[in-house]
Ligand binder design. Structure first.
Ligand code: AMP
Ligand code: ZN
Length: 112
């Protein structure tokens, strides 16, 4: 997907603040955090929305969900965290490359 911003992040064409990477997923801090800790966990391979996922993605999605608590803990969210997957225009999705928001720890510091 040549015009997908998250594919460009995966390709290193757009910088990101990386939290974690392996051969199939990437996690990076959200550019507009709505909590003290807020990162996005994405598959490296482009798939637009959760509703576009099929059985092909079943194991990958499972691994992503299992990875989220580990990364949240590493980011200081030992007490717990929230996850969010906006799906489709009606679901408030803005970037059409499937991603899991992982966030918690109160309000982000105010920027001047
Ligand atoms: P969603 O509404 O679920 O599609 O959320 C997309 C998220 O991507 C928003 O929270 C944005 O702040 C975040 N975002 C957009 N562009 C970037 C970027 N270049 N680096 C990090 N986060 C981004
Ligand atoms: Zn993409």
């Amino acid at each position: 997907m040549s015009d997908c911003i998250f594919c460009k992040i995966v390709a290193g064409q757009i910088p990101s603040s990386k939290v974690y990477e392996n051969d199939e997923v990437l996690a990076f801090h959200d550019i507009h955090p709505f909590a003290r800790v807020h990162f996005l966990l994405i598959p490296k391979a482009h798939v637009a929305t959760l509703a576009d996922c099929t059985s092909v993605h079943e194991a990958l999605l499972g691994r992503m969900l299992l990875l989220a608590p580990r990364l949240a803990k590493e980011q200081g969210l030992e007490a717990g965290f929230k996850t969010l997957i906006n799906t489709g225009r009606g679901g408030g999705q803005e970037v059409f490359h499937v991603h899991i928001h992982v966030f918690g720890g109160g309000e982000p510091a105010k920027r001047s």
